[in-house]
Design a protein. Structure first.
Length: 186
């Protein structure tokens, strides 16, 4: 379930290049490891339909080419486990997940996401994910975008107060009105 209603870009788009070589293990070898993008202080299942991470590909991403790999549905289990103070403390120090962790209730079934150039991939960044080793010569070229549903007036004012921490000030000055609206500045 993705964003319902009006939304805004949450931070600068992030270009990501995965060069050939070792990254986070290989599915073929069974040694892949993943992470989540932090542990939310707000139960993120309450935000279902309010946030989305979107990756745009600039070159074909083939199997074993550094593709994003993730465990579908893992964000649901991670949220339940994150209420345990011991689990949270451990993952705030080392936010890595492997098959050997044997997390109760987690079906360790990483899926590699292959896409053609210009492809778009939507996912919840609280799901366990990471690039896999790039065993090919072509680098993985993507740009990551984070979006959130616009909140009430107080939430939007709070977001505007922190905007300089999430966006380059020079970029903010150069933005046209349409881009300012996209990031929630107007």
């Amino acid at each position: 379930h993705m964003i319902d209603g009006s939304f805004r870009l949450t931070a600068e788009p992030l270009p990501v290049v995965t060069f050939p070589g070792k990254v986070c293990g290989c599915l073929k070898d069974g040694n892949w490891r993943g992470h989540t993008d932090g542990l939310s202080r707000v139960p993120f299942l309450e935000n279902e339909g309010k946030t989305a991470c979107i990756w745009l590909t600039f070159a074909d991403i083939e199997s074993s080419g550094g593709a994003t790999t993730l465990i579908p549905g893992s964000h649901c289990l991670i949220e339940k486990m994150a209420v345990d103070p011991e689990f949270r403390a451990t993952k705030e120090k080392n936010n890595t997940y492997t098959a050997e962790d044997n997390l109760d209730g987690l079906n360790w079934n990483p899926k590699e996401v292959t896409l053609k150039a210009g492809g778009v991939f939507f996912f919840n960044d609280q799901a366990i994910h990471s690039a896999s080793d790039n065993l090919l010569q072509q680098p993985r070229l993507i740009c990551a975008y984070g979006f959130t549903q616009k909140g009430n007036q107080e939430e939007e004012l709070s977001a505007r107060r922190t905007i300089h921490g999430r966006f380059n000030s020079d970029h903010l000055e150069m933005m046209d009105d349409q881009m300012k609206q996209l990031i929630g500045l107007v």
